[in-house]
Design a protein around this ligand. Structure first.
Ligand SMILES: [Zn+2]
Length: 349
């Protein structure tokens, strides 16, 4: 049995020499809370060899004899048990035991939860690298001002829209984000600029002023837009809330987010709308409510892939949960991935 701590090179050498061996991943000061037993060939182990597997808070204890590792765990933690990895199933029969010759379980997709320790480690290591990279240049990560951006875009070189004040109100935000739909930026802008003045004149700049009667001659270019706006008005009327009151309620919900319930505001508005399509609701929550988000575009995807992190469009919720699990603001972490993904440099090496 051999214990590797702050010695990545020696650990890699051992892995290469012992492909049928076993590896315990434990905290630097081992506790019975975390004693993960893997096969050396496990995807969770192999995916990690190029990083700092024994020098970022964890140690690796290795042996070709599982019993030896179990004894170590008991002694090192005063009674701890090894926790076999569900991916590589190191507690099953393997060739090393003289059983039927078989390769380790095929690498399967890791469990997608912020509770997955390996995934969380990988995420934390990536953020640490990015932190180091951007330490000298924090301005690059400043959150862009969503309101100023929106107004610049919609006003453009045309006559400015008649905004209620210097900012963008929750009512204006909801109208505008609903009118985004899945269309080009120019189509969005045209529709918003055509309906915004009517929103002021006919609905008093208040979502609650939108009724079937008021909107009967409004021309939308997607079928679900009118019902979405009317539904929002209905929710506010039922609850005796203004749009700002509703946004306050969403912000209060978001403050209670946890790694396993990372986007409560978005969940609430989707539930309230009984919505099946919710892209524009998520933009509303992101830009007006300031809710948690981890937008994944091609730049962010590139950087996520470099760190072997999930990058499919459904991964946003998981990534938000991972950021919360390490006590970070998901939006700002996403911004780092975005900035790093655009420069083509490899900061993960
Ligand atoms: Zn494993």
């Amino acid at each position: 049995m051999i214990l590797f701590s702050n010695n990545d090179a020696a650990y890699r050498t051992w892995l290469t020499a012992n492909p049928l061996g076993f590896v315990v991943n434990a905290e630097k000061t081992p506790t019975d809370r975390y004693l993960k037993l893997h096969r050396a060939a496990c995807v969770h182990i192999q995916d990690y060899v190029g990083r700092n597997p024994t020098s970022t808070g964890y140690i690796k204890v290795c042996s070709c004899d599982r019993a030896e590792l179990a004894d170590w765990a008991l002694a090192a933690t005063g009674g701890g048990w090894l926790d076999p990895c569900p991916t590589c199933r190191p507690d099953g029969v393997s060739a090393a035991d003289g059983g039927p010759s078989q390769s380790p379980a095929p690498p399967s997709r890791p469990e997608r939860s912020p509770d997955d320790r390996e995934l969380l480690d990988r995420f934390a290591a990536a953020v640490e690298l990015l932190d180091r990279h951007f330490a000298g240049n924090p301005q690059r990560l400043a959150d862009e001002n969503a309101e100023a951006e929106l107004r610049r875009w919609l006003d453009g070189a045309d006559i400015p829209l008649e905004w209620a004040g210097p900012n963008v109100t929750p009512d204006e935000w909801f109208l505008i984000t609903t009118l985004y739909g899945q269309r080009t930026r120019d189509q969005q802008r045209l529709l918003i600029r055509s309906l915004f003045p009517r929103f002021i004149l006919e609905a008093g700049r208040d979502i609650r002023g939108l009724t079937p009667q008021v909107t009967r001659n409004w021309v939308f270019d997607q079928e679900w837009m009118r019902p979405r706006l009317l539904r929002m008005a209905g929710i506010l009327m039922e609850r005796g809330l203004s749009m700002s009151g509703y946004v306050d309620h969403l912000r209060a919900l978001e403050a209670s987010a946890t790694p396993n319930d990372p986007m409560p505001a978005l969940d609430a508005i989707v539930r309230d709308h009984q919505a099946t399509g919710w892209k524009t609701l998520s933009v509303f929550v992101r830009d007006c409510v300031g809710g948690h988000c981890f937008p994944i575009d091609s730049r962010v995807r590139k950087e996520l892939e470099r760190h072997r992190l999930p990058s499919d469009p459904e991964a946003e919720r998981l990534l938000v949960g991972l950021a919360l699990a390490i006590g970070r603001n998901p939006r700002q972490v996403a911004r780092m991935f975005y900035e790093a993904g655009g420069v083509g440099g490899d900061y993960s090496a």
